[in-house]
Design a protein around this ligand. Structure first.
Ligand SMILES: CC(C)(COP(=O)(O)OP(=O)(O)OC[C@H]1O[C@@H](n2cnc3c(N)ncnc32)[C@H](O)[C@@H]1OP(=O)(O)O)[C@@H](O)C(=O)NCCC(=O)NCCS
Length: 150
């Protein structure tokens, strides 16, 4: 496989199993309930514009995905900020530029919808992911993520 055989397209409801499979391969735990909720919001909700994408091999195998959220609300007002919620590339296909391809297509897609800023949350101890986002021109935001233990 080389990068040019990969196509990026909008995520469909039918991609659910492939997304859950890739996530499970990456994290070694199944999070199908989590993705059920994510699909309801990002892929099926009329309050959100479709921004989530998958990377597909020539034979139709889904090998990566990015889930974005762009809330438009009941008046259809497009906000200038969108969220990049989750990104994942099948470990057998990593380090081939697919992650970068997904980010670039995601940026082009949401830019065309009027978005001017993308936010994402990353665990600072996840050096692979922080490095990946930094290599793709993400910088630390001015918003601090606060928490309180109970
Ligand atoms: C972060 C992640 C999306 C990156 O995907 P990827 O397809 O490997 O990304 P890329 O190939 O674009 O870039 C990764 C690295 O490969 C390098 N690379 C790109 N093309 C390459 C090639 N042809 N040959 C060798 N290396 C290459 C890039 O330079 C980059 O290196 P760097 O990290 O040193 O900058 C992927 O590692 C992943 O899914 N991680 C888990 C994320 C996660 O926990 N998500 C939540 C659950 S799914």
């Amino acid at each position: 496989m080389n990068k040019s055989t990969i196509t990026i397209r909008l995520m469909k409801v039918d991609d659910f199993d492939a997304v859950v499979r890739i996530d499970e391969k990456v994290l070694k735990v199944s999070r199908s309930e989590y993705y059920k909720l994510k699909f309801e919001t990002a892929v099926q909700s009329p309050d959100h514009l479709p921004t989530s994408l998958v990377a597909e091999e020539k034979d139709g195998t889904v090998v990566g995905f990015v889930i974005g959220e762009l809330y438009i609300g009941e008046y259809g007002i497009t906000h200038e900020k969108a969220t990049l919620d989750t990104i994942g590339v099948d470990p057998d296909y990593q380090h081939k530029g697919i992650g970068e391809q997904l980010i670039n297509e995601f940026m082009d897609h949401v830019r065309a919808l009027g978005v001017r800023k993308i936010n994402t949350l990353v665990d600072e101890n996840d050096s692979k992911l922080t490095h990946f986002f930094s290599a793709n021109q993400f910088i630390p935001s001015k918003t601090i993520n606060l928490e309180r233990s109970l």
